[in-house]
Ligand binder design. Structure first.
Ligand SMILES: NC(=O)c1ccc[n+]([C@@H]2O[C@H](COP(=O)([O-])OP(=O)(O)OC[C@H]3O[C@@H](n4cnc5c(N)ncnc54)[C@H](O)[C@@H]3O)[C@@H](O)[C@H]2O)c1
Ligand SMILES: O=P(O)(O)OC[C@@H](O)[C@@H](O)[C@H](O)[C@H](O)CO
Length: 382
């Protein structure tokens, strides 16, 4: 069985690779990082280490790599033979790999390959695989779209495991937290016979992805942005500060009420889930940079992202969103000289009126969301 995975980065190697290998797949990673691709093709295996006192190691075998910048045709060939396709590459990169997937679908059709497969985007975004499908379809003619409608699935998914930035002599070695959760929307599968061990298949993904994104990611980002305001560099240091911890708890209390109102989770279960998340952020065995968690701040300010969506929806439900608003305003203060979006945001703030920057970054509607825009502006000014 063959898997093709786009993105041999932290979560790609540190989570998706582990699960696919455990399920007996040979994995071909696609990436532009030549060092990683060369190492994959030389060693055909790598180690994952759990960030816990035992430092347990897991060996992932049967791996290889393709540098898509150098050998794009090889990607289509691998896609044509794959039994499953996954991505963990970043939401903004999905449109860039869409032509490669489109070429792979064309080749499957040309080869009369009628085996149904699923392409699963494992990104931190709502509707990631369906977004990828839209991008891929931009590169297909009508006949190939009809073929893809029949044989290629794009089930949405949610993945959860904290995998920090890695800096080891071995470019493949990856340290990860022990916790892991991967949920796939069962209703969107083209190949329902292929069920991965260690993956949960949900009839409805939205409650899972919203619980994850608005608890883990909203909480994580809150530690990062609040932590940077107080001068910290890592998540572990920041969360030790009571002011940061209190802000995370306040933010999670707001998203919790929204999740309860929307999806009817058990209150005690959701409280335990969010408490566990705080303990995951506090893991002393894991060193995670604030710059990684706060990365791409403009993306994180997006209309359907981890702050503006719960703020909009809490307002609609008549729930409190003041703590969320506070952290959202701190995003505008985030600074990482190495992050192009952070620098773009700084530039926008020096050249445009604040309300225009908020409007452009959040996608809030000038008429419909006028009150929210004004509230966020007032919070930024405070
Ligand atoms: N790290 C985590 O804790 C974590 C957990 C859950 C989900 N995610 C999600 O997974 C995705 C990847 O995150 P990550 O932390 O692994 O990032 P990462 O930067 O470690 O990995 C991304 C990989 O994509 C590669 N890449 C970038 N542009 C490319 C292109 N045009 N073609 C081919 N490869 C390209 C990079 O070289 C890199 O190896 C994101 O959507 C993230 O939100 C991350
Ligand atoms: O990957 P991002 O930039 O969307 O978010 C940064 C972190 O919050 C994220 O990578 C978490 O570590 C991960 O989502 C945990 O499952």
């Amino acid at each position: 069985m063959k898997a093709l995975h786009f993105g041999a980065g932290n979560i790609g190697r540190g989570f998706i690779g582990e699960v696919l290998a455990k399920n007996g797949f040979e994995i071909t990673f696609v990436d532009v990082n030549e060092k990683v691709i060369t190492a994959l093709n030389e060693k055909h295996e790598y180690l994952i280490q759990l960030a816990e006192p035992t430092k347990k190691q897991i060996k992932v075998t049967g791996v290889a790599g393709i540098n898509n910048a150098k050998e794009p045709a090889k990607v289509a060939q691998a896609f044509a033979k794959a039994d499953i396709v996954t991505t963990a590459i970043g939401p903004k990169i999905l449109p860039l790999i869409a032509p490669l997937i489109a070429a792979g679908i064309k080749l499957r059709r040309k080869n009369d390959n009628y085996q149904k497969i699923d392409v699963i985007a494992c990104e931190n975004m709502i509707g990631g695989s369906q977004f990828l499908k839209t991008e891929v379809y931009k590169h297909l003619d009508a006949a190939t779209k009809a073929f893809a409608d029949e044989y290629i699935g794009f089930p949405n998914a949610a993945v959860d495991r904290i995998v920090p930035q890695q800096s080891h002599a071995d470019p493949l070695f990856v340290v990860v937290e022990p916790f892991k959760e991967w949920v796939i929307d069962e209703s969107q599968l083209k190949d329902p016979a292929l069920k991965l061990k260690d993956v949960h298949y949900a009839k409805q993904l939205e409650p899972y992805i919203e619980r994850k994104l608005f608890s883990v990611n909203t909480g994580h980002a809150t530690v990062a942005y609040t932590g940077q305001v107080y001068g910290y560099d890592t998540i572990g240091e920041a969360i030790k500060d009571k002011r940061v911890l209190d802000q995370v708890k306040a933010v999670l209390a707001e998203t919790r009420e929204l999740l309860l109102a929307k999806w009817g989770f058990e209150r005690a279960e959701l409280e335990a889930y969010q408490q566990k998340i705080i303990e995951r952020f506090e893991n002393p065995e894991l060193s995670d940079e604030i710059t990684r968690v706060g990365r791409t701040p403009i993306r994180k300010l997006g209309y359907d992202e981890r702050f503006i969506r719960p703020i909009r929806e809490a307002k609609l439900h008549g729930l409190s969103y003041q703590a969320l608003l506070k952290t959202a305003s701190d995003i505008y203060r985030f600074n990482d000289p190495a992050d192009p979006e952070s620098q773009q945001l700084k530039e926008m703030l020096t050249t445009l009126p604040l309300i225009e920057v908020i409007y452009q970054t959040t996608g809030l509607d000038k008429q419909k969301d006028a009150t929210l825009l004004a509230e966020l502006k007032a919070q930024c000014e405070r």
